[in-house]
Design a protein around this ligand. Sequence first.
Ligand SMILES: Nc1ncnc2c1ncn2[C@@H]1O[C@H](COP(=O)(O)OP(=O)(O)OP(=O)(O)O)[C@@H](O)[C@H]1O
Ligand SMILES: [Mg+2]
Length: 255
Amino acid sequence: MNPLLEVRGIGKSYGSVVALHDVSAVVRAGEVTCVLGDNGAGKSTLIKVLAGVHRHDTGRYLVDGRPVRFSSPREALALGIATVHQDLALVPLMSVWRNFFLGAEPTRGPFLDRRRGREVARAALADLGVVLRDVEQPVGTLSGGERQCVAIARAVHFGARVLVLDEPTAALGVRQAGVVLRNVARARDRGLGVVLITHNPHHAYPVGDRFLLLNRGRVIGDHAKSEVTPARLTREMAGGAELEALAHELRGVAE
Ligand SMILES: Nc1ncnc2c1ncn2[C@@H]1O[C@H](COP(=O)(O)OP(=O)(O)OP(=O)(O)O)[C@@H](O)[C@H]1O
Ligand SMILES: [Mg+2]
């Protein structure tokens, strides 16, 4: 069976900055592919290519085994590729349920069907374990983790096959990160392919099936879960040698 998504030898430059060089990756249904890397590694650039925000300069991008070149996120979405960007694109002063639909609200005749809208949003969120007292409350009153969950629930509800998440746990405490990661696992168990971008190997490891490590736009590791430990991911991400040199240097300072 073809993977949902595949990139082969992708390259992308911004002027003279090479953001991605010869990057290959696979996303399969019912699996979580984690993309790990330090600041500037090219993680967001990779997901922007997957999401149809940017076009790759070189290499191939395949969806269901067929080559694609998206010219807008709408085209990616039409093939079931939903992206939750770090800034989420939610409207803080608008209610949770309106944010859930954001333009696709159920209607009755010429009117919004508020009752049904609230009910559907409440049920979809409860399905992902987010139980809100009132879906009429503004999204801005939710915690960061709950907001991520609204965005994930929306993508799942509207039939995404691939869920791309850019650093969904970066700004979250341990408990809230746990809630988001549990939802990543739920989406995976429903058969979606998930791309999870993170700095944090301890967030990636429990839910990840594959781990792609980027450094300055290049792939420096591509592992199945059975081949790695969180400690090894951390070491590779930091560039093992660099980290040891730093430890040595800091010991020198302390002495
Ligand atoms: N629109 C742009 N124009 C010019 N350069 C860019 C642009 N977007 C990204 N870059 C550069 O491309 C490289 C990769 O950036 P990218 O945002 O993909 O990294 P990242 O891994 O997401 O980093 P972070 O962890 O900080 O989010 C960086 O050197 C960055 O400065
Ligand atoms: Mg980024």
